[in-house]
Design a protein around this ligand. Structure first.
Ligand SMILES: CCCCCCCCCCCCCC(=O)SCCNC(=O)CCNC(=O)[C@H](O)C(C)(C)COP(=O)(O)OP(=O)(O)OC[C@H]1O[C@@H](n2cnc3c(N)ncnc32)[C@H](O)[C@@H]1OP(=O)(O)O
Ligand SMILES: CNCCCN(C)c1ncc(F)c(N2CC(C(=O)NCc3cnc4ccccn34)C2)n1
Length: 409
């Protein structure tokens, strides 16, 4: 417990080792606990911690053991972006069988972490003092998020990462407490985050679905299996897509469409219980296409107005230790607004574009209205769950995936 050296161990000498799942850290945080007594917890949504003011927030960073130091990652310096890329590409999220690891690109990280209103001190790192090696990282970006009827200034937390050589030493809680401190100093007291792991306490539990675009490669690398009684030829035929989109007026979005896309998206997201509220500047940042980062499309009606919107982000995975393939090219569905076009048809056109651009698989969560097309468009249910969490905000009743209108990267 190298990084847990402050709290004095007061355990009784013969105390038996607690069974796992005791959430020593998360049990101390302002989050709903699994064993909260329904009788004594509020029956209204609301802040879990009493109102605090900025001057109550400790001014100095959390203590680190000798030999480690905090840093703030200046993403205007490409060398620093490269250091973060190098940490994540070798130490970030892997699947349970350690066959794949996310390979967020440097360009993607700059997009994801420098939206309007971003603060440099919210890109927090831990370095080894003698050689300045980056070994820990966590980020916050600002977001206005509505939870049912409450609109809250929050941050979205992401890219929590501890180098493989420093795992299980309690550095993650220190990173989380430090980013909390840095965010609190800006008078923000709530956060949203997602994770594949179970923590106290998910507000929604969503599932990943995958649509094969290049089934032969997916089977070769072990991402998917040949269906029983299916041949490879039959499988390739099953997933074949038309050469080009079918919807008249379907085209790439450009910056000039931003105001109309904002109007469409804002109206559409009203129907979900958890959803972001975006400004025009944020629509321009998050939704205007960037090669190999974010692809977005609109349907332009005969009268020149924008009637539909769809988008996906690019998140490749390293394929660990495969003789022929080193990268899985994956597209992840982002925000999509059906208007004049049926959602199935809109999504088919998006997948035709993804296939044309050489993606191997198209991933989508069962959030938004995605459940309306997942089966029809030949998505297979994945084994990955994505849990949605709120920090310091109690949501009395759990949300269904179709209540979720928020997609994190
Ligand atoms: C108002 C502002 C608030 C801002 C903050 C809001 C909260 C933000 C919260 C963060 C949102 C992140 C969103 C994303 O980025 S999700 C992606 C997370 N990153 C990865 O999975 C990358 C690969 N894994 C690693 O780098 C490490 O295993 C990590 C860093 C994940 C844990 O390091 P390590 O394995 O060396 O463990 P430890 O000994 O230091 O610490 C063990 C403690 O850490 C708890 N743990 C484990 N995994 C996670 C996790 N994914 N979220 C939150 N907590 C997690 C665990 O339950 C235990 O606590 P407790 O069980 O004893 O209680
Ligand atoms: C904090 N940000 C949350 C989003 C990060 N995202 C995209 C993510 N979080 C948890 C997941 F469960 C997940 N899944 C996509 C599904 C999938 O494709 N599983 C096979 C696979 C291929 N490559 C990888 C790399 C890591 C883990 C599973 N992998 C499962 N995606």
């Amino acid at each position: 417990e190298l990084f847990d050296f402050l709290s004095v161990r007061t355990a009784a000498p013969n105390q038996k080792r607690q069974p796992k799942r005791n959430y020593t850290f998360w049990g101390s945080q302002p989050v709903a606990q699994f064993d909260d007594d329904p009788g004594s917890t509020p029956t209204e949504d609301g802040s879990i911690e009493g109102e605090k003011t900025v001057d109550e927030v400790q001014k100095e960073p959390y203590k680190l053991p000798a030999g480690y130091e905090w840093c703030t990652c200046d993403f205007s310096d490409d060398k620093v972006v490269q250091e973060v890329y190098n940490l994540l590409t070798t130490n970030y999220v892997e699947d349970d069988d350690n066959m794949f690891r996310f390979d967020y690109s440097a360009g993607f990280l700059k997009w994801a972490l420098m939206p309007p209103g971003s603060q440099q001190e919210w890109l927090a790192g831990v370095r080894v003092s003698h050689n300045k090696k980056l070994v820990g990282f966590i980020t916050a970006i600002p977001a206005t998020i509505r939870v049912k009827e409450q609109v809250l200034r929050m941050v979205e937390i992401n890219f929590l990462c501890v180098h493989k050589k420093l795992r299980a030493k309690r550095l993650a809680p220190v990173l989380i407490k430090e980013i909390t401190r840095r965010v609190n100093l800006h008078d923000i007291w709530q956060a949203a985050y997602t994770a594949g792991v179970v923590l106290p306490t998910p507000v929604a539990t969503c599932r990943y679905w995958h649509r094969s675009l290049n089934p032969k490669k997916l089977i070769d690398v072990g991402f998917s299996k040949l269906g029983h009684r299916m041949t490879m030829a039959r499988t390739i035929k099953l997933y074949r897509l038309p050469e080009s989109p079918r919807t008249p007026g379907f085209r790439q979005m450009h910056e000039g469409d931003s105001q109309e896309v904002l109007n469409l998206l804002s109206a559409y997201l009203e129907q979900f219980k958890l959803a972001p509220q975006l400004t025009l500047e944020e629509v321009k940042h998050w939704l205007v296409p960037r090669a190999d980062v974010i692809d977005s499309f609109v349907v332009e009606g005969a009268d020149g107005t924008i009637t539909d919107f769809a988008s996906f982000y690019t998140l490749p995975s390293s394929i660990l230790g495969h003789p022929q393939h080193s990268v899985l090219k994956a597209a992840y569905m982002y925000y999509t607004v059906p208007g004049a076009t049926q959602l199935q048809q809109l999504m088919t056109d998006v997948m035709i574009e993804a296939r044309r651009k050489g993606y191997d698989v198209f991933n989508a969560l069962d959030v938004l209205h995605n459940q309306q097309f997942l089966k029809d468009l030949k998505f297979g249910e994945g084994d990955g769950f994505l849990r949605y969490y709120l920090f310091n905000w109690r949501v009395v009743e759990k949300l269904q995936p179709s209540d979720v209108g928020l997609v994190l990267l």
